[in-house]
Design a protein around this ligand. Structure first.
Ligand SMILES: Nc1nc2c(c(=O)[nH]1)N[C@H]1C(S)=C(S)[C@@H](COP(=O)(O)O)O[C@H]1N2
Ligand SMILES: [Mo]
Length: 197
């Protein structure tokens, strides 16, 4: 059953909309390049790099992991925000329980089908609402919105919410991902307008 779109009070909308953003009920697609094809048999999700033990899940194994629903706002740096989205998937905290990080691990690089990447500090990743989602508002993600899996990092601009994500690499120092190499901020906090680096 799809979840009905919420009706928010104007005061809540105001409080939840970062500076320089406007609220839309639409869900624009923002992708650099084509939507990659999903190949179920070849698909896996991996955690590697500065870990004592690498982790890997097949599609069926990942889908069998305990799931969580999180309601969060979504802010694109091009100035639209879509409020109150109910994402369903696996939290980063739950995934982290499957690996032991080496002490040098301080940043993460998310890797996607199609070659997109984005970097995050482990501090940003450790927020309780960071997750890897396969459903939105009660329905499977549309392919162009990242199905079968995307990251959701509600406290940062939406370019950190990587579509078609396939894995997390743990690294010692910050390194720019795709948009970060092209001028976007290394962190991307919408409340302080960390738009460009
Ligand atoms: N793989 C991949 N993930 C991506 C992007 C992309 O081009 N490729 N664009 C990012 C940007 S800039 C935004 S605003 C959001 C948009 O998500 P949407 O297309 O589902 O609205 O996805 C982010 N994740
Ligand atoms: Mo964006």
């Amino acid at each position: 059953m799809p979840r009905p779109r919420p009706v928010l009070a104007p005061a809540d909308i105001k409080r939840r909309t970062p500076p320089g953003q406007y609220v839309t009920e639409k869900f624009p697609v923002l992708t650099y390049g084509p939507t990659p094809a999903f190949e179920r048999a070849a698909w896996d999700f991996r955690m590697w790099g500065l870990v004592e033990n690498e982790a890997r899940w097949s599609y069926d194994e990942f889908m069998a992991l305990p799931s969580t629903k999180i309601v969060a706002d979504f802010h694109c740096v091009t100035t639209w925000s879509r409020l109150d989205n109910e994402w369903e998937g696996v939290t980063f905290r739950d995934l982290l329980s499957h690996v032991t990080l080496r002490p040098e691990a301080r940043y993460a690089m998310l890797h996607c089908d199609g070659g997109y990447t984005t970097n995050l500090s482990l501090e940003a990743m450790s927020e309780a609402d960071v997750m890897f989602a396969y459903r939105l508002d009660g329905e499977d993600l549309d392919p162009e919105h990242g199905w079968p899996l995307r990251s959701i990092v509600p406290k940062l601009y939406a370019w950190k919410s990587a579509k078609w994500v396939r894995g997390i690499e743990f690294i010692p120092e910050d390194r720019p991902g795709f948009w970060e190499q092209n001028g976007y901020h290394m962190n991307g906090d919408p409340w302080t307008e960390e738009r460009y680096g």
